[in-house]
Design a protein around this ligand. Structure first.
Ligand code: 5GP
Length: 116
């Protein structure tokens, strides 16, 4: 029997099984506040479609991935963010903890470079 992949916390948030501060949603994705914010503004843009991580994306996901960036743009604009950083962690070594692709949007403080 094929193994069923364990559902992630984000799928449970999207289906409202687990509460979260959902601040925007459309047919593509939801935007929630990160439970452990690393900046005054720290939200996660999470596609409804589960793609485990960017390396698992298919060529056919290109439009979806582009729309996630457009959602980041719109969130920044509607919240008058002066500057912001987008982060996608791919793999444990890069800091990925939830295997459901998401874009971190951080803002509200100066950002160091290079990131840690
Ligand atoms: P990753 O480390 O995979 O790039 O990012 C996962 C993010 O999800 C982390 O910043 C973590 O704080 C956040 N997170 C994990 N569990 C929850 C949760 O139950 N609710 C919310 N709102 N954020 C979560």
């Amino acid at each position: 029997m094929a193994s069923v992949e364990e559902r992630t916390i984000f799928e449970k948030i999207i289906s409202r099984e687990i509460p979260a501060d959902i601040i925007f949603e459309n047919d593509i994705a939801v935007i929630i506040r990160d439970i452990n914010p690393q900046a005054p503004v720290h939200v996660l843009i999470i596609p409804r479609k589960r793609i485990n991580r960017i390396e698992a994306a298919q060529d056919g996901d290109a439009e979806l991935l582009g729309k996630l960036l457009i959602m980041a743009r719109d969130f920044a604009k509607s919240n008058d963010l002066m500057g912001f950083r987008l982060v996608v962690n791919n793999g444990q070594q890069a800091g990925e903890t939830v295997p459901h692709l998401h874009i971190h949007l951080l803002s509200g403080r100066p950002m160091a470079w290079p990131p840690g």
